[in-house]
Design a protein around this ligand. Structure first.
Ligand SMILES: [Zn+2]
Length: 981
């Protein structure tokens, strides 16, 4: 509750809206953004480093903290230390910092922005959704930047990309403006592009502004301000950009006649490094500033304009007939969180009364006209999730409103502070057709982005190499949120991968996703030469980091991690942190004293491996007779992280089975994650909370199968399977499959284990059982049948004939009988049934089991999945052109179902799916979106070329095949061919 000094915004500054320093940002225990953050937080530990205490999760924590501290200082001393100069001391003789020095120096040690006045001028054409409207129109804007000067300088350095600057002016001491340049030619001399230092890979697009005769000194009465007038270009889904077109009603000029028209929204996506394409700025997450945003729009069209903060006033714009929407100042925040959304938007108020924790907030959802009814579910989840995180963190947001906007055609979602922007296909939900699956998807994305309001926005990862701080925490906590908001199936989705671990989004199912696919360390690598691609780290920074945090939570027990994170948020509010700081905070909450001196007692390598090693550690249980004899340290890390895909070349398969060198291989089993579920001679990852693989001997797997049979015994028709046990078994199944494919476990042992899983009544009769055991069991067989292991084909043929086919067909009958292909609402169990049935179909076809025999039994489930998929977000589907979100994996299965004899013709949702899939592929906004459409396809990779052609159109079949073999550039060519066809 202490008043804070958000930023040093010195006034008066006539163009700037007043900033209420005392009241706007009530965040406890604030830190100055600049300087000393790291040192202050670590000082108590440093003073006591000699008192190293180890116990419980402490060894793991200690090691990882040491690691991160070491890495932090290695990868960028100035970054890691809150801007303190290490790398480039000021030149000893120069009287002031000059633009010549800027090329080699550390310019933001001399001066950094404290506030931005940004005016964007939008024109009528920007909102035109007609086919002739340009996708990348230009826009005019102005930006005034107030600077805090720390050292005498005559050069200010910003980042800018693709901006055509018309004029630059400097104002000092509240006095008159001095024009530094007044036309494009002159400004090219005033603005100097700087080549980034070769060792500085995330500071690109640098522009030095030569102040000429003006020399700025620290402590000037008013902040010097630099004003740019410029023109920018709207981007493709990034920067300032236009949405997909949507249908609306427009009023003809000069009349009151309404007529149908096509419209587009204008919105921002500034993460990771696109702010610089909208306004000149210092585009580095650890630098916070206050933003005073104004947006001018044509007055006659009655557009809604939203930004991070509430509207302050609407007045006349600078061009005739335009209206200027001015917004209250934002909290101090990084550039990437700034947001604007403008256009034909309709508000949807939550149906729920605001809980006490968030009653001071105005919460609204916004959609384009006609889709209001589809936003009600997510609007309520928004309220509940804000209340959940407020209670969980013990910190109220420094905001007075939070808007959630569903943008047509947006790729992904963005957590902009106070203005969260979503892909409408994911945010909108129809309870009638989406079922619990659709509800889960919508709730999950809201829970994830709301988590960022604290983890990412209130406290920000220091730079883009610390994305795991933002994304690991949000991906971990979103599941606690899902539980709190009552979303269906959260526990299951927490840990269960979709078929063949081909999860479409980065958020879903961290634990088993990490086990299946995460082959890299979760510390993003620096991106050489350009930072345009930073922040696009792979799934590792989401799922692997989230799973690591889950493992840590279990190891620490109780609420220790929560208490640690609360302390961290209080300490660093309106500041930044590294992933290692989470571990320091958790250790402090546990009462463990962590040494932060890398030299103290040497650097134990245990535990550090998760963060720095690719792949997963291997725990060899097969060599010991009893679990009690298992060492708590083991190695090495093995590249058995991924089930090899069918058709994988021998060389690639061998590469995936390689183990890393012994160096760095030692690791410590976290307490509570690798114990013994029931006292048997085997050791699993309990509740699938361990981020490691366990290798069992054949005898141990036999004991595990016997245990499974015992716990799975359920005499009733509706037997329940304890989810924890199902997860433990599922984890063992995934491990054993991966290790078999790596040649470390006999195929016969795995087949016996799979057989036991498939025969468990619970695996066939309950949703979780099917999802966690039956489907993974069959998928394991699909992977084996691909022949990655030389022993497989013979064993598989016999096994398929005697076990799989009869068992699977009877299982299908049980699955299908519980699924209705029409009629809302869909129960969670039926949703899981439909999804797992479609997955079964994919597996059975891949295993060459007669589709005719299975198709009829599967039809109802397939049809249901088709319906869910084609309307998963409920929003924009129509019978003629069902819209397929690239991340709706069900669509692929539905297309598969439609391919089954006697099923497709009757499927209400499946008829248009082949065309829709093709459309998804063709219309993808960029290559990565197109790739996602294609990446959903391996689930049906067993299809023959003719069936591919049936599903995607003749031109696509070849393209898909090439894509799988050769990579994305082939997909790009295939798209071009398809488009031409
Ligand atoms: Zn995120």
């Amino acid at each position: 509750m202490a008043p804070i000094q958000p930023m040093e915004v010195e006034g008066p500054w006539s163009e700037m809206a007043p900033i209420n320093r005392q009241d706007a940002f009530q965040v406890p225990k604030p830190q100055s953004v600049f300087g000393g953050i790291q040192q202050n937080a670590l000082r108590p530990f440093k003073q006591r480093w000699g008192m190293l205490v180890l116990g419980g999760g402490a060894i793991l924590l200690t090691a990882i903290v040491l690691l991160f501290l070491t890495l932090g200082s290695r990868q960028g001393p100035a970054e890691a230390q809150g801007g303190k100069t290490i790398s480039a001391p000021p030149p000893p003789v120069a009287p002031s910092f000059s633009c010549e020095d800027a090329a080699a120096g550390e310019p933001w040690d001399w001066a950094t922005p404290t506030a931005y006045n940004l005016t964007l001028k939008l024109e009528a054409g920007h909102f035109d959704g007609g086919v002739d409207a340009p996708n990348h129109p230009r826009f005019n804007a102005s930006a005034s930047i107030a600077w805090r000067v720390r050292r005498r300088t005559r050069c200010l350095v910003v980042q800018a990309r693709g901006l055509s600057v018309r004029s630059v002016a400097l104002r000092r001491g509240g006095g008159a403006r001095r024009v530094l340049c007044a036309d494009a030619v002159a400004c090219r001399a005033t603005l100097r592009e700087l080549r980034p230092r070769s060792d500085d890979t995330w500071r690109t697009d640098l522009v030095a502004v030569d102040l000429g005769a003006d020399v700025l000194d620290p402590g000037e009465g008013a902040a010097p301000a630099l004003t740019f007038e410029y023109t920018g270009v709207m981007g493709a889904g990034a920067g300032l950009h236009r949405s997909q077109a949507f249908a609306a009603e427009c009023v003809a000029p000069g009349t009151s006649d309404r007529a149908p028209c096509a419209r587009a929204l204008v919105a921002t996506q500034l993460a990771a490094t696109h702010a610089r394409s909208v306004f000149p700025c210092v585009d580095v997450p650890r630098f916070r500033a206050v933003y005073n945003v104004a947006v001018e729009v044509p007055g006659e069209v009655g557009l809604t304009v939203l930004s991070n903060s509430p509207i302050l006033r609407v007045g006349m714009g600078t061009t005739p007939g335009s209206l200027r929407h001015s917004f209250h100042p934002t909290p101090p925040m990084p550039t990437y969180l700034l947001a604007v959304a403008a256009g034909n938007l309709v508000a949807v108020k939550p149906g729920l009364p605001l809980p006490k924790a968030v009653e001071a907030l105005q919460v609204q959802a916004w959609v384009v006209p006609g889709r209001e009814g589809l936003a009600a579910f997510s609007a309520d989840v928004a309220v509940k999730s804000l209340a959940f995180y407020t209670a969980w963190t013990g910190i109220e947001q420094p905001l007075t409103k939070v808007d959630f906007v569903a943008i047509p055609g947006k790729q992904g979602a963005m957590e902009n502070w106070g203005l969260l922007l979503f892909d409408e296909r994911r945010f909108l939900h129809s309870q009638a057709t989406g079922g619990s699956f659709g509800a889960w998807r919508a709730a999950d994305v809201v829970c994830h982005e709301v988590a960022h309001q604290w983890f990412g926005n209130l406290v920000t990862g220091t730079n883009w190499t610390q994305l795991a701080f933002n994304e690991g925490l949000a991906s971990f906590l979103e599941y606690h949120c899902l539980t709190a908001v009552g979303a269906p199936g959260e526990v299951l989705r927490y840990r269960a991968p979709l078929p063949q671990a081909r999860l479409p989004g980065v958020h879903e199912g961290p634990t088993l996703r990490a086990l299946c696919t995460d082959a890299s360390p979760f510390r993003p690598a620096m991106v050489a030469a350009s930072d345009a691609a930073v922040g696009t780290g792979g799934v590792e920074v989401y799922s692997k980091a989230a799973t690591f945090l889950r493992m840590l939570e279990v190891a620490l027990g109780g609420e220790t991690l929560q208490i640690g994170l609360q302390a961290l948020l209080h300490e660093r509010a309106l500041g930044s942190a590294n992933f290692g700081d989470i571990l320091v905070a958790a250790a402090a909450a546990q009462g463990t004293i962590i040494s932060t001196d890398p030299l103290a007692g040497g650097l134990p390598e245990t535990g550090t491996a998760w963060a720095t090693q690719p792949l997963l550690p291997l725990r060899n249980a097969s060599a010991v007779a009893a679990v009690g004899q298992l060492p708590d340290r083991a190695g090495p890390f093995c590249a058995t992280a991924q089930l090899p895909a069918a058709g994988l070349g021998a060389e690639e398969a061998a590469r995936q089975a390689l183990c890393l060198p012994a160096a760095g291989a030692a690791w410590t089993l976290p307490a509570g994650t690798g114990g013994v579920a029931d006292q048997s001679a085997w050791a699993g990852s309990v509740n699938a909370t361990g981020l490691f693989r366990t290798l069992h001997s054949a005898a141990q797997l036999e004991a595990l199968a016997a245990w499974a049979t015992q716990v799975g015994a359920c005499p009733g028709a509706d037997c329940a399977l304890d989810e924890g046990r199902a997860l433990t078994l599922s984890s063992a199944l995934h491990d054993s499959a991966a290790l078999t494919l790596a040649g470390l476990l006999p195929v016969e042992s795995l087949l016996d284990f799979v057989d036991a899983m498939l025969r468990m009544p619970a695996a066939q009769r309950t949703g979780p059982g099917r999802y966690l055991l039956l489907v993974p069991g069959l998928e394991t067989l699909v992977a084996l049948s691909a022949g990655a292991n030389a022993d497989c084909p013979g064993a598989m043929a016999a096994y398929a004939a005697t076990v799989i086919e009869p068992g699977a067909i009877s299982a299908l009958a049980g699955v299908a009988s519980r699924v209705s292909d029409t009629g809302p609402p869909l129960s969670h169990d039926a949703t899981l049934g439909a999804l797992s049935a479609t997955q079964l179909a994919a597996a059975l076809i891949a295993l060459d089991i007669d589709p005719a025999a299975t198709g009829a039994a599967l039809c109802p489930a397939l049809n249901r999945t088709a319906l869910m998929a084609s309307t998963a977000a409920g929003a924009t589907a129509s019978a003629a052109a069902p819209f397929i979100s690239p991340d709706v994996e069900g669509a692929v299965y539905a297309a598969l179902g439609a391919a089954l004899p006697g099923c497709g013709a009757a499927a209400p949702g499946a008829a248009g799916l082949p065309a829709a899939l093709r459309r998804c592929y063709l219309l993808a906004a960029d290559d990565s979106a197109a790739e996602r459409c294609l990446l959903a396809l391996p689930s049906v990779r067993g299809l023959q070329a003719g069936q591919w052609a049936w599903a995607l159109g003749a031109g696509a079949a070849q393209g898909v095949a090439e894509f799988e073999g050769k990579g994305l550039e082939v997909a790009t060519r295939a798209r071009a061919r398809l488009a031409a066809a």
